[in-house]
Design a protein around this ligand. Structure first.
Ligand code: ZN
Length: 489
């Protein structure tokens, strides 16, 4: 093997500590499939190459039920599963998917004797939901739902006990079998795996629960009334915070049910979904430390926006949350807390705005996955997406940067980035580290102008003191609002 030159090492170091890629450490990586950690060896570690996450192909493909063949002469890997064949060649950025050419972010590379391929490619070509959690260096994989079995006609009564047949809407996905609201908790009973998108909306305060790939079961139709528009209402009596719970068939193709909790005032909530047949949206939390468990997301249903209110819809994403603290500051404070406090201040500033509707991806210490955050914005057809973070560099680094950065990925987001950055820098009073392009999940996968702010450096003592002061957070929130308003004209 060739020796690395000093310059190659320096370049590698720069890549590892590049700001915005953030929270890098050299700890071991992890691969989690459907909630289980896969055993990975020194050779099968996940790597980040040119900003894209590269995973060991054989390990992942076999775990997903594919057969893997390697041809040492042509350097070609063929992976196969009923009806799907993928062919990849080492160091070549085009691959073949069932006869069609597909472009990869990065060509497959060899690490030792292990072929690494871009995670995104695995996700797109196998239907697996993929995610990368940089702070914990974990790849999350969720297998696509199994193709539904053709169900027997209901009158044969041959369905096994406990199974639910559809009310004729659509037999794909999971059945919603019951809905109830008590003790400040909404319980949704489902038969199958459902990955809800839950988000708060202001204006008329409400919490929206979208259930992709779901349909009403027969028992649901029998127990709860269903209007001819496939909708209905659950009256909530004697609750000062909640007026009604509504449900509707939000989308027909693919079938998706939406449940809305109409609130008398804004409430924080937590979502518990352990994939055990019960999804709970709990309004009892104080907003400080509710427990939130969101099971790994299944592939998202594309659902059209529900309301055309005429208002511009802005998704504000407080970075990290829950089990993911984000960066840890010099005084051991967590990035997720700065992000949430600032997001809530933005919501407060815009909540009575006649032209802008704010949707938060989280309003408490919960952890929506990166995919959840993107899905919320895309499903809503949001007009803008803005993610709030603070940067840090690894402990022991020689340099100690300070300052404010704004990131974007797609060119259509550049103008939004420049305008917000123009307000943000004077508001933080920190040095201007510029508007930067980087391939970050939430700014890349969203479909509207989307930016990510690294307001200051947690690893810098001066920046850190500011980041956790109310005044600073308020100034940042006001700057962001000013930027949004200028951008929207
Ligand atoms: Zn962050």
């Amino acid at each position: 093997m060739k020796k690395y030159s000093f310059w190659a090492l320096l370049l590698l170091l720069l890549v590892l500590v590049a700001p915005g890629i953030g929270h890098a450490d050299s700890a071991a990586t992890h691969i989690n499939l459907n909630g289980n950690e896969l055993a990975i060896t020194k050779d099968t570690q996940v790597q980040v190459v040119n900003g894209s996450v590269m995973v060991p192909l054989r390990l992942v493909a076999e775990q997903l039920g594919y057969s893997v063949k390697w041809d040492n002469v042509t350097k070609m890997v063929t992976i196969e599963q009923a009806g799907t064949t993928l062919k990849l060649v080492l160091n070549r950025a085009t691959a073949e998917s069932s006869g069609k050419q597909v472009q990869l972010d990065n060509p497959p590379i060899l690490s030792g004797s292990i072929t690494l391929v871009p995670l995104r490619f695995v996700g797109e070509e196998t239907g697996t939901t993929v995610g990368w959690d940089n702070p914990t260096k974990t790849v999350y994989l969720t297998s696509p739902p199994k193709a539904p079995l053709k169900s027997e006609p209901a009158e044969t009564n041959s369905a096994p006990v406990g199974s639910e047949t559809s009310s004729g809407v659509n037999s794909q996905g999971a059945a919603v079998t019951n809905l109830s609201f008590s003790d400040n908790r909404l319980s949704i009973a489902v038969n199958g795996s459902v990955s809800p998108s839950v988000f708060a909306m202001t204006g008329k305060d409400r919490i929206v629960i979208d259930l992709p790939n779901t349909f009403y079961s027969q028992s649901f139709v029998q127990n709860l009334s269903l209007g001819n528009k496939q909708n209905g209402t659950l009256e909530v009596i004697g609750n000062p915070d909640v007026s009604t719970v509504r449900y509707s068939l939000f989308s027909n193709s693919p079938s998706a049910i939406r449940v809305v909790i109409d609130l008398n005032r804004a409430k924080t909530y937590s979502v518990i979904n352990a994939n055990d047949g019960l999804i709970i949206v709990d309004l009892n939390g104080t907003g400080t430390t509710p427990t939130t468990t969101i099971a790994p997301a299944a592939p998202a249903a594309t659902v059209p926006p529900a309301v055309v209110s005429g208002k511009k819809r802005i998704v504000i994403d407080a970075g990290h949350g829950g089990k993911d603290p984000g960066g840890i500051s010099v005084n051991k404070r967590k990035e997720k807390d700065f992000a949430l406090a600032t997001a809530l201040k933005i919501e407060e500033l815009l909540k009575n705005d006649p032209d802008i509707e704010v949707v938060l991806t989280r309003s408490d210490d919960s952890y929506p996955t990166l995919q959840d955050r993107v899905r919320i914005a895309n499903n809503l057809n949001a007009d803008l997406f803005l993610s709030i973070h603070a940067n840090s560099i690894p402990a022991g680094s020689k340099s100690n940067p300070s300052g404010t950065e704004t990131y974007y990925t797609r060119n259509e987001s550049l103008q939004f980035a420049e305008i917000v950055h123009k307000y943000l820098v004077p508001a933080t009073g920190l040095s201007d580290r510029g508007v930067r392009q980087s391939s970050l999940h939430v700014t890349r996968e969203t479909k509207m102008p989307a930016i990510l702010l690294e307001c200051g450096y947690l690893s810098n003592a001066n920046d850190e003191a500011l980041l956790y002061s109310e005044d600073f957070q308020q100034r940042v929130a006001e700057a962001i609002v000013a930027g949004i308003k200028e951008y929207l004209g």
